[in-house]
Design a binder for this molecule. Sequence first.
Ligand code: DHB
Length: 313
Amino acid sequence: MQPKIGVTIGGFEFETCIFNASGPKDETLPLLERIAKSKASAITMKSCTLEPRVGNPEPRYVDLPGKSSINSMGLPNLGYKEYIKFAKTLKKKYKKPVIASICGMSLQDNVTMFQAFNNSAADIIEFNPGSPNTIGKPIVGYDIGEMDRSLAKLTKICKKPLGVKLPPYFDFVHFEGMAKVLQKYPVEYVSCINAIGNALVIDPKKEQPVIKPKGGFGGLGGRFIKYTALANVRKFYELVGNRIKIVGVGGIFTGVDVFEFILAGATAVQLGTVYMQEGPKCFARIQMELVSYMKKRGYDSLEDFRGKLKTLD
Ligand code: DHB
């Protein structure tokens, strides 16, 4: 018997626990259809804003040695109205959950977009208060009071299952503060983690940063952030896992990585840098690797080991 790796999020059936993270190669309908045709179990769209944006000057994404990446894309997107249309097309043509990601420049922008997506074909809304790359804008996810005000307003409006993409936290006090806020609202899942913000990668021969925007400061992704991602998944699982699902994202490149995230408490995982570097075939490969690792360990389903990280005694 094949191990079962399907999950339910927001009442929607996901054929596997592996799908794409918002961000890489998901800005246009052709790119979204590539994800739809792959083994990704859902289609997550690029974070959108009220108005279309061209994003930051290039170079703004660079692969780093060690299966990692730095980016300062600056939210290039076609504006939310296009993603409402894309959701309709994707739902008509493919049988997968469609996730809209909303990243407004202000709470008022988010209110407008949440209202509009209520009447869209998107199945789930992912609120993204964590982009580190918008010039002149703070990471809202690091302001607990502002998160409280945003969620109070947005959860009143939102009629769809709501996910929240969180930036990485590094201090237990911050985890606890955010957990307290999240517990006040009907949040279906949190996605941990967004890129580690404002890293600086330097090319020593050119004596320059490798990306142009913000003097070279950008979000770190891939392998370099896997252990921070696992820690965030684990901590939020401990703090809110009894009522909020955790979606793991950050440095997942293999089926064993997925296994580790589920063990830490994740319900599902999203793939970012690996999808950017390997393309849509990464979903089938990582799915196969997860299944074969589960077989090797004698597990029939994800529930057999989800959250069951052992202690050293
Ligand atoms: C961008 C980067 C992010 O990490 C994010 O959450 C949203 C947008 C960007 O630069 O486009």
